[in-house]
Ligand binder design. Structure first.
Ligand code: PNW
Length: 475
């Protein structure tokens, strides 16, 4: 068959899409060039270099702002069908507001998209991959509801300028990660010890912003543009640590607190936060002496606005965690971890990558896809990130193994379980600035020499392997 295993080969449908991804702050550099404003990652890396593993910044990164034609050439070499990249909000609107437009920023993304389209590579654009304009952070960032309105202004100008060139839009990349990370202090804006309050405000305003953009798009653009709008959520599989009922329940609760937090309001039939999240946070807030829940409530109109506000679900998947029930007494101090009530761990026998959190567990991929299928009535899914970090070096046979095993797991989900997956994106095209882990973790199909003035890109073995897959659609 065209699908299953033909002549001993594992093949994907002919119209299945393969792509690669990057994000603006991680590759572009040119942090203060030609009118770009400051983002929270600029100010965070400049003011808190002690919080970055190698004390480095994304000031120059892989210099893709200047070298994007070279990046596109690599993608031609790979034969990929699309490129997922993000637009830097402050490169286009220096302080995030619509009254001050940076023409050079507009021009840059036009040139990148034109170069892609000339080479038959479809642009897939993330509107927000964590680099909030610093000015908006000073207003409170995502904890301030007005930022959702400013995000709608920004999104409208993206549709106006690039609408005819972009095949698919993602409003946000991984709200779970940036709302959690930003408010435990590990990632920008680096608000220490704010978990249990500010992370929920962030999530709330991000969900509102996403829904508002989708409705604005439907009203003002859908008739004119042949594009689609979705959101990228990270779903690292949560498996019970034991066969005990407690751990099975704890794992399901952890899923609802991770993917469910953002997927339930958008993709479920009923909308709104997952009932278990609502129940746990409401009751723990009460025990802690709060007079209202730390998880904000949507109005009935907001629930309706957000419900069904996506044409597809973008899913990032890298690894798996085990969950056991947290038996500690509730402390007075608010925290997402306590609200969730599970303790996450990983098996020491699982093969490691070069990131502390990334263990190689291919079977979790199939289970994640099946969970989404069951929970949200088999929505259209595109894998917007999957990949592995390894040491520097061009002979990356372990990366080839990782890609092969994860693709096999995804293939089973598609062919055996009927999960509705239409594309896969490898993270990343090139080595890049890995947030708090600096340049120490390398995910690229191409190695970048960050010490060379030209940021030389060199193909790894895995690039040839991936090129064969993207061309033949077979492993
Ligand atoms: C992704 N975790 O985030 C991001 O979208 C990318 O920008 C990043 O470069 C990539 O992972 C590789 O690190 C993560 O739960 C999401 O540990 C979740 C986790 C880690 C990274």
């Amino acid at each position: 068959s065209a699908l299953g295993v033909a002549e001993g080969k594992i093949c994907f449908p002919e119209n299945f899409l393969f792509g690669v991804a990057t994000a603006a702050y991680q590759v572009e550099g040119a942090w203060n060039v030609s009118g770009k404003g400051e983002s929270i990652w600029d100010s965070y890396t400049h003011n808190h270099s002690e919080r970055i593993f190698d004390h480095k910044t994304g000031d120059v990164a892989a210099d893709s702002y200047h070298l994007f034609r070279e990046d596109v050439r690599l993608m031609v070499e790979l034969g990929v069908q699309f490129y997922r990249f993000s637009i830097s909000w402050p490169r286009i609107l220096p302080n995030g507001l619509i009254n001050n437009i940076n023409e050079d920023g507009i021009r840059y993304y036009h040139e990148l998209m034109d170069e892609l389209i000339r080479n038959n590579i479809q642009p897939m654009v993330t509107m927000y991959h964590w680099d909030l304009p610093q000015y908006l952070q000073e207003l409170g960032g995502w904890t301030n509801p007005i930022v959702s309105d400013y995000f709608v202004d920004y999104a409208r100008m993206l549709f106006q300028n690039y609408g005819s060139k972009v095949s698919a839009w993602l409003t946000f990349n991984e709200p779970l990660t940036f709302c959690r990370g930003g408010y435990t202090g590990l990632e920008a804006p680096g608000r220490l010890e704010s978990s249990g309050i500010e992370d929920y405000l962030c999530g709330h305003n991000v969900l509102r912003a996403h829904g508002m953009v989708y409705r604005m798009y439907q009203k003002e653009f859908q008739a004119k543009l042949s594009t689609s709008v979705g959101i990228t959520l990270d779903f690292l599989w949560r498996a019970p640590a034991s066969r005990s009922a407690d751990d099975i329940i704890a794992a399901e609760t952890a899923r609802q607190f991770s993917i469910g937090w953002f997927a339930h309001p958008i993709f479920s039939k009923t909308g709104d936060y997952p009932p278990i999240m609502r129940k746990r946070i409401d009751s723990i807030s009460k025990i802690q002496g709060f007079s209202r829940s730390r998880l904000p409530y949507f109005t009935p109109d907001e629930i309706e606005m957000i419900r069904g506000s996506a044409d597809f679900l973008g899913m990032n998947h890298y690894t798996t965690f085990l969950v056991s029930k947290n038996r500690k007494k509730i402390s007075p101090k608010p925290s997402y971890a306590a609200d969730m009530g599970g303790i996450l761990s990983q098996k020491s026998s699982w093969p490691v990558a070069n990131s502390t959190w990334l263990k190689i567990v291919p079977w979790g991929f199939r289970l994640s896809l099946n969970w989404i299928k069951r929970e949200y009535d088999n929505p259209l899914v595109i894998i917007t990130e999957n990949g592995v970090s390894l040491e520097k070096g061009l002979v990356d046979t372990r990366r080839i193994e990782y890609i092969k095993e994860y693709l096999k797991s995804m293939h089973a989900a598609i062919t055996k379980d009927n999960c509705n997956v239409y594309g896969y994106t490898y993270w990343s095209l090139i080595d890049n600035f890995e947030w708090t882990r600096g340049y120490s973790e390398r995910f690229g199909l191409y190695e970048v020499d960050f010490d060379s003035p030209k940021k030389t890109r060199t193909p790894r073995l895995s690039s040839e392997y991936y090129a064969r897959i993207s061309r033949t659609k077979c492993l």
